[in-house]
Ligand binder design. Structure first.
Ligand SMILES: [Zn+2]
Length: 448
């Protein structure tokens, strides 16, 4: 394996986040007492993503890694056996060339996907719904996919890198005003203002692209918010809110992430009870954040895969929000917000300040505070992606000492950005002129 390939391999491995960061198997929701049956495989294409869905008799522990020369994705399912047929549909193959499987250690199932080209895999478990049982989903994102605005340059060797997608979710909206401050300020309005400022900043940030979940004053159910994030292939999801408390002195910001495994049985019972009320509440006007989101929360323990990433994202945001003011608790809080229930997208919920505190209510309305909060969130995103940029993204390339040229950039601007001389940059990349193409990848000389 050559150096670049080895690096990509390691990165793919890392990007399968939970697995390697946690250093082991992705735990299933419930430990199966006997083997899980793998009953069928379905494949589908959505844009550049090829999706494989394994239908299972129950939850399963799994691990996933990639190999190159030739390109393969290996999925190990612990304590599992095949009872159905795994056949690839010709019309939904994407990079899939073939599929093999074998029993391992007498009790585990290994599935190997043979690929015609490298792809970035992501996996997550889904719990049963009305019309489906337990499922293991593998998404194969074509490497370098997702930059639609630049036309491919002739003679391009490297696959084009994409921007990371930041889903920005302004809480509440329309008939749901969110919390209302003592001075009559609506949470839905101030959080939309912060979201719009963050959108502008992310738009300007090289390698990042914003997706606004709500752009105006209308109501969106929580599930719809998650669906929009998924549909746009979000890499992270930030829901922006303002807090409220009976004590008007409560102040500061907080960052919440999804609750972790191991909720107490009492909490589990309570949540399960709320869950039953969820459907009837969907679309209803929530009284407050907590009531609304907790009512529709599911104790879905299969989401641990992205918890580690969500945790890092939350830490990054908190680190930056300290600059704006007091962060109510200087650690990540894990709450069961339904809006964070996106098993495949690292998600956090930010409470910018307490709208129930008259002083903070006034602050929330000022452009200065809204802007500082948006800047802090951008800083947090930068920090997060400096260590968690998915492979195949511009930010991941940049981290590896490479720069992917974007529209409007000049060689001299790039040189000054990396504090290297124009000559150095030219020589390092064997360039005879200053003509560069969008999507072209430059190696940045070290220690310039
Ligand atoms: Zn809220």
């Amino acid at each position: 394996m050559n150096q670049a390939r080895r690096r990509r391999f390691l990165q793919c491995l890392l990007y399968a986040s939970g697995a390697t960061i946690a250093g082991g198997w992705w735990p299933a929701a419930v430990l199966a007492s006997s083997q899980t049956r793998v009953q069928a495989l379905r494949t589908s294409m959505d844009g550049e993503v090829t999706r494989l869905v394994f239908d299972l008799s129950g939850p399963v522990d799994h691990a996933l890694f990639t190999l190159s020369d030739p390109d393969r994705v290996v999925i190990d399912l612990r304590q599992a056996r095949l009872t159905g047929e795994l056949r690839l549909r010709d019309e939904a193959k994407g990079p899939l060339e073939g599929l093999r499987h074998a029993t391992r250690n007498d009790e585990d199932l290994r599935v190997v996907l043979d690929l015609s080209r490298p792809a970035n895999p992501r996996s997550f478990l889904l719990r049963p719904t009305d019309d489906s049982g337990h499922r293991l989903v593998i998404d194969l994102q074509q490497e370098g996919a997702g930059t639609p605005d630049a036309s491919p340059a002739v003679g391009e060797e490297r696959p084009r890198s994409r921007e990371v997608i930041v889903a920005i979710d302004a809480g509440h909206g329309g008939k749901d005003p969110g919390a209302i401050g003592p001075g009559g300020t609506y949470e839905k309005d101030v959080v939309l203002a912060i979201a719009k400022r963050l959108e502008k900043l992310v738009e300007k940030e090289p390698g990042m692209k914003p997706v606004m979940i709500r752009t105006g004053d209308y109501f969106l159910p929580l599930r719809e918010r998650i669906r929009r994030a998924r549909q746009n292939h979000a890499d992270v999801f930030i829901s922006i809110h303002a807090d409220a408390a009976p004590d008007s002195r409560a102040q500061g910001s907080s960052v919440y992430m999804l609750s972790e495994r191991g909720a107490t049985s009492e909490a589990a019972r309570w949540l399960a009870q709320r869950e039953n009320e969820a459907d009837s509440r969907l679309g209803a006007v929530p009284i407050s954040d907590k009531d609304d989101v907790l009512a529709s929360v599911l104790l879905d323990l299969s989401q641990t895969a992205t918890l580690e990433a969500s945790n890092t994202l939350a830490d990054s945001l908190i680190g930056e929000m300290h600059r704006v003011g007091k962060v109510r608790r200087a650690r990540v809080e894990r709450a069961g917000f339904a809006v964070l229930r996106s098993p495949d997208v690292p998600s956090v919920l930010v409470e910018a300040a307490f709208i129930s505190n008259p002083q903070e209510e006034r602050k929330l309305k000022t452009a200065a505070f809204q802007q500082s909060m948006a800047e802090a969130l951008l800083g947090g995103l930068r920090d997060y992606f400096s260590s968690h940029a998915p492979p195949g993204t511009i930010l991941a390339e940049n981290r590896r000492g490479r720069h992917v040229i974007q529209s409007g950039e000049t060689l001299s601007a790039i040189a000054s950005r990396y504090q290297v001389s124009l000559t150095q940059l030219r020589r390092h990349n064997n360039l005879n002129s200053d003509v560069i193409r969008v999507g072209q990848v430059l190696e940045i000389p070290r220690g310039g």
